[in-house]
Design a protein around this ligand. Structure first.
Ligand code: ACM
Length: 703
């Protein structure tokens, strides 16, 4: 294909040397960090050296633990063997072997901290040769990470299932690599938590930040204040036994669990049982709507701090991690403004405004948190120069506050840019670096205070069925940003590995791919196979509206009781099919539309889209969930027709008339608008093709 393409190329554009250079660059370009072999490792290790040959996997495969050992390591190896067996369908002996005789020889030097701490040694080295493999790590944390790398190496080869010979030295760039799950807005069942912890382990993430209370629910059993869960959760909460199980499960995987109890705002659910905590009289009900609400704790009453003292004492015992997250975000201050006693208190204490009142609250809260042995962490609203330097700031509103905090001596983690619920493509998250923007200008000592980052999944539109597809696979790109060296940043390489990892994650029980398929079947009901295929063709090109527009575009006000059974709830937040289509168009245009193979693929795609609506139409009459996207289906067909016309003009090398271009672009502008809260993903790529096909466009320039 390349050769005939080259002949065409030279024939048409012999004088266009700059295009030849471009072509050359396309053909020989290597991903950044190109010395490393193309292994599907994610996150990419700090150093990889390819060896010769490979280690075949068969039923004689065995593992030995030497040096320091503990039950967690034995369980880790058993899990590793189970996973390898599932991935290869080779029956493996799950018993840990005697030292020296094993295929994979593990050596761990010493124990890690009983309660995992920030900044422990997580490094490991892994050497695979055709004769066997060696994994060495100072602590069990590194050993666990190295086992995950080995699992990723094993793949089908031309004659066996094998791991390629390789030498890897690896360590994380940041000590804090987190995922926050919001279990308050929609409850997250325990099996969902566990499988996401498995996903985190696979990607070497080490902090599970658990958002456990908000206006819509209080999710933890409190024995000191049982009305918190009894009245604040509609029965959907975790018992203390269940919490301990999750913490043990996470620890087994090298993951810390940081609980968050959001205060003084985002706290309506507390007030259902304990209205005396609030700044306005009750009664209160669990909030069912989304948004920022007025309810806030009363920071002026001593009884508030007495309550929090007892509550935090209980929770500090339940959650062993050193950090305790107190939220602190989005207090709108309306209840404070409206409360005469609070206003009087502020006057008496010289508290100028609500921000200062929240700082007062935090100054009372921090010693309570510290008294119970914890270090306080909160969203960037808690940052106030009068607070002790022990607090940590989680930056969600912008990267600048992270740098500002570090400059003032506070530790921080970045979440701005890592909000998974905003529906950004993985490449956009991947480009966000904790040490960039203002942080790039910090001194090395200040930079060290930036501990890492956390992706966040806020759960307004996330339930047990679609949560995996809202987190994965995109979260793997953030995991790589936080683990791998800063210069590992080529999006093409990232996507190639992400596609591979996405499939592998389903071996762990994650359902980001299968839930999409299941949800489509619910939407389709008793569809014929052809109708289902037509629905799939359509939905593969659709993505939910982005950022915070979901609420504004909703057909009716959404609540926590709204069933999430629509197409917008089912389709992935980043469509791999849509991305690949965009890449194909870019590639085609980059070579002046002379790649006949790409042209043929585009033509097949456009023809299928043009004809797809006719195949789907009968189903839209039978399913209201399909009917909601009937207009998007007609739009996809319209896009197919436009694409075919553009290809026709390109094939004839006759520029399409300006009036045609104007009309098509006007239509495409309409198609780009959301309908049924869905974006038609290929619209911008088809627009490029229309522009390329018209006079002066990149595919007509030679005429
Ligand atoms: C937040 O997104 N309000 C932390």
């Amino acid at each position: 294909m390349v050769q005939s393409f080259l002949q065409n190329f030279v024939h048409y554009f012999a004088l266009r040397g700059f295009l030849l250079i471009l072509l050359g660059a396309l053909l020989i370009s290597k991903p950044a960090g190109g010395q490393q072999p193309a292994l599907n490792l994610m996150p990419r290790p700090s150093s990889v050296q390819a060896g010769t040959g490979s280690l075949r996997l068969d039923s004689s495969f065995s593992v030995a633990l030497t040096g320091y050992s503990e039950p967690r390591l034995e369980r880790g190896v058993e899990r590793f063997l189970e996973r390898l067996a599932r991935q290869t369908a080779i029956s493996l002996n799950s018993k840990v072997a005697k030292s020296g005789q094993a295929t994979l020889l593990i050596r761990t030097d010493h124990a890690s901290k009983e309660i995992q701490e920030v900044g422990e040694d997580e490094s490991y080295s892994l050497e695979v040769t055709p004769a066997g493999a060696k994994l060495a790590a100072p602590t069990p944390l590194g050993t666990l990470h190295g086992l995950q790398t080995f699992v990723q190496l094993v793949d089908v080869s031309s004659d066996s299932l094998a791991a390629p010979a390789v030498t890897i030295q690896d360590r994380p760039r940041f000590p804090w690599r987190g995922l926050m799950i919001d279990s308050a807005r929609h409850f997250t069942p325990l099996d969902v938590i566990r499988r996401n912890l498995d996903g985190m382990e696979a990607l070497k993430l080490d902090v599970f930040h658990w958002h456990l209370s908000d206006n819509q629910g209080f999710r933890v059993e409190s024995k000191s204040f049982p009305k918190l869960q009894e009245l604040g959760s509609a029965g959907l909460y975790y018992t203390q036994v269940e919490i301990r199980d999750v913490i043990a499960y996470a620890r087994d995987r090298g993951i810390r669990v940081v609980p968050e109890f959001d205060m003084p705002g985002h706290s309506t659910s507390w007030f259902v049982g304990y209205p005396e905590l609030a700044s306005a009289p009750g009664p209160y009900e669990i909030e069912r709507r989304w948004g920022v609400f007025d309810a806030a704790m009363d920071p002026t009453k001593e009884s508030t701090y007495k309550f929090l003292d007892r509550f935090i004492e209980e929770m500090a015992k339940l959650f062993p991690d050193q950090f305790f997250h107190v939220g602190g975000d989005e207090v709108n201050g309306k209840q404070w403004d409206a409360n005469k006693e609070i206003q009087e208190f502020m006057r008496a204490h010289g508290i100028q405004n609500n921000q200062a009142l929240q700082a007062y609250f935090n100054k009372r809260l921090q010693p309570i948190v510290e008294k119970h042995g914890k270090s306080m962490i909160g969203w960037d609203e808690i940052l106030d120069p009068t607070l002790p330097k022990d607090i940590t700031v989680q930056s969600w509103r912008g990267q600048a506050s992270l740098a500002a905090a570090a400059k003032q001596g506070y530790r921080g983690i970045l979440s701005n840019g890592y909000y998974l619920d905003l529906g950004w493509p993985a490449s956009r998250h991947y480009a966000v670096d904790p040490i960039s923007g203002d942080a790039a200008n910090l001194s090395p000592e200040e930079q060290k205070r930036i501990l890492g980052g956390e992706s966040c999944i806020w759960a307004e539109y996330v339930d047990a069925q679609n949560i995996d597809s809202r987190i994965w696979p995109r979260n793997a790109s953030i995991a790589e940003r936080l683990w791998s060296p800063a210069d590992v940043r080529d999006p093409a390489s990232m996507y190639a590995r992400l596609d591979f990892v996405a499939t592998r994650l389903e071996w762990l029980g994650l359902t980001h791919k299968t839930s999409y398929w299941q949800m489509l079947h619910r939407i389709a009901g008793a569809a014929t196979p052809d109708e289902f295929a037509a629905l799939h063709t359509l939905t593969d090109q659709l993505e939910p509206v982005k950022d915070y527009t979901r609420e504004q575009t909703a057909p009716a006000e959404p609540t926590s009781l709204t069933p999430m059974n629509r197409v917008v709830d089912a389709v992935p937040l980043e469509s791999a099919a849509g991305r690949r289509f965009g890449e194909l168009v870019d590639k085609f245009i980059a070579v002046s539309c002379l790649d006949t193979d790409a042209g043929a693929r585009l033509r097949r795609q456009f023809t299928a889209w043009r004809d797809n609506d006719g195949r789907l139409e009968p189903l839209a009459k039978r399913s209201f969930l399909v009917r909601e996207v009937a207009e998007r289906s007609r739009d996809l067909s319209a896009l197919g027709t436009i694409g075919l016309a553009a290809l026709d003009a390109i094939a004839k090398r006759q520029p399409a008339p300006g009036s045609w271009k104007t009309r098509q672009l006007a239509t495409i502008e309409q198609l780009k608008k959301q309908k049924a809260q869905l974006l038609l993903l290929p619209a911008p790529a088809v627009q490029k093709l229309v522009e390329a096909a018209a006079a002066g466009g990149p595919c007509m320039a030679a005429k």
